[in-house]
Design a protein. Structure first.
Ligand SMILES: Nc1ncnc2c1ncn2[C@@H]1O[C@H](COP(=O)(O)OP(=O)(O)O)[C@@H](O)[C@H]1O
Ligand SMILES: [Mg+2]
Length: 226
């Protein structure tokens, strides 16, 4: 179980905390979904959980063990909203083998198959991929690292409906083996596969029943039909 206890993030330069007193529990092999408008603090929270930003106060625990930023970097794998800013390899194979030079071609193929990119040539440059493919490659990089918790920032943003559907199916399969925490501004694509949902407003979160978003989704479908 992942526990967040009273997590706050308040840089000295900002008048108000960006993250305020967040409490959350996410069981293993469950998919947690945090829904919030732009600027509500979603990316900042993921950066804290990935060990990339330092919380001002509170505790992050994995079971009973409190985690430092370095431990969080090992435990978590983050898929950024714009992964192209973080690619280092000159092609897909290099990207997947960063930090794992010994990685066999079988394992490379397995990881790419898992994310639906096995049809691509290994010497394709990451920057030549579409936005959806880049997010999938970034996910494959994390799957190879085998983190305990996968953090995804707006995984469906900017994808067409078919790519969205493929990605949602993939995430739904992944939760059989992994613990996932996803942040998004649009609940409609992901609410059906979420086990736990929270709403984030101005750096605070509250637990909500996934049906709240499902109702909105149904309303949207009815409106779309007109
Ligand atoms: N290190 C920082 N210093 C000052 N302001 C920050 C810092 N990090 C994020 N912010 C601000 O915090 C708010 C939340 O940002 P963000 O986490 O990116 O929200 P979201 O991902 O929900 O759009 C924004 O207003 C952003 O400008
Ligand atoms: Mg964001």
């Amino acid at each position: 179980m992942l526990y967040l206890k009273n997590i706050s993030y308040h840089p000295a330069a900002t008048p108000h905390p960006i993250i305020e007193n967040i409490n959350l529990q996410l069981p293993l092999q469950k998919l947690g979904l945090i829904v919030g408008t732009s600027g509500s603090g979603k990316t900042t929270l993921l950066e804290i959980l990935a060990g990339l930003a330092q919380k001002t106060s509170g505790q992050i625990l994995w079971g009973t063990e409190e985690l430092t930023s370095v431990e969080l970097q090992q435990l978590s794998g983050i898929v950024f909203q714009f992964p192209e800013r973080h690619f280092c390899g000159s092609n897909i194979l290099e990207e997947l083998r960063l930090g794992h030079p010994e990685l066999s071609t079988e394992r490379v193929k397995e990881a790419l198959t898992e994310v639906g990119l096995d049809h691509l040539s290994y010497d394709t440059a990451p920057n030549a991929l579409s936005g959806g493919q880049q997010r999938r490659l970034s996910l494959a990089v994390q799957l190879i690292r085998q983190p305990n918790i996968l953090l995804l920032d707006e995984p469906t943003a900017g994808l067409d409906w078919l790519m969205k559907e493929n990605l949602v199916n993939l995430l739904s399969r992944l939760k059989k083996h992994w613990t996932l925490l996803i942040v998004t501004h649009d609940a409609s694509d992901l609410v059906d596969i979420a086990d736990n949902c929270w709403r984030m407003v101005n750096g605070k979160i509250e637990s909500v029943n996934p049906d709240v978003f499902n109702l909105k989704k149904k309303e949207k479908i009815i409106v779309d039909k007109w």
